[in-house]
Design a protein around this ligand. Structure first.
Ligand SMILES: [Zn+2]
Ligand SMILES: [Zn+2]
Length: 180
């Protein structure tokens, strides 16, 4: 799990067992050993299941309760990137969530990251990030263009996998601007 959090600011995740509930932070326990640690001041929330960290939520700049997360974001994401930028950077997502009553989100399982956007519909092209959710990455690597299993990797950023040189070339047209 420390490996999973390495991308984040080093002082972000100091949790004390006796963390007081105040205006800046709060611990909330739920049935089935689910515990949330909210840090309103620093814009993040940690979700534990049976005392194991499962998800880290990093908030953008328009949440009512959480101030924006100010530390460096993983994989050189910045909150002003829109959905089209994210696909140019990371390729086609492993899965898509939301729509209807909830904000849309896309996940990249090999990176252990879900990015949600400030919209509930899929037809808006330039929508900024809402929040970033981190989870344990999987070992399965999927082509960033056609979503077949693939183990060719962008040699420069090492964040996107491809099944073939053809798919890599196709993605490069948009990826080159965000390959860093
Ligand atoms: Zn492919
Ligand atoms: Zn790249």
């Amino acid at each position: 799990m420390t490996e999973f959090l390495e991308h984040l600011g080093k002082d972000s995740f100091k949790i004390k067992a006796d963390q007081p509930n105040d205006n800046n932070s709060k611990v909330q326990k739920f049935p089935n050993d689910v515990t949330y640690f909210m840090n309103y001041q620093h814009g993040y929330q940690l979700e534990f299941q049976n005392n194991i960290l499962k998800n880290v939520y990093l908030y953008g700049n328009h949440d009512k309760q959480f101030k924006p997360y100010k530390n460096v974001l993983p994989y050189r994401i910045i909150f002003t990137m829109c959905n089209a930028h994210i696909v140019a950077k990371f390729g086609e997502p492993t899965s898509k969530q939301g729509g209807g009553p909830i904000n849309i989100g896309i996940s990249y399982d090999h990176l252990g990251i879900e990015i949600t956007f400030q919209t509930k519909t899929w037809d808006q092209p330039n929508v900024a990030i809402d929040q970033i959710i981190l989870y344990e990455p999987s070992n399965q690597t999927i082509c960033g263009i056609c979503k077949k299993v693939g183990d060719l990797r962008c040699a420069q950023c090492k964040l996107v996998y491809y099944c073939s040189v053809g798919c890599q070339k196709t993605h490069w047209k948009q990826h080159k601007v965000f390959c860093n």
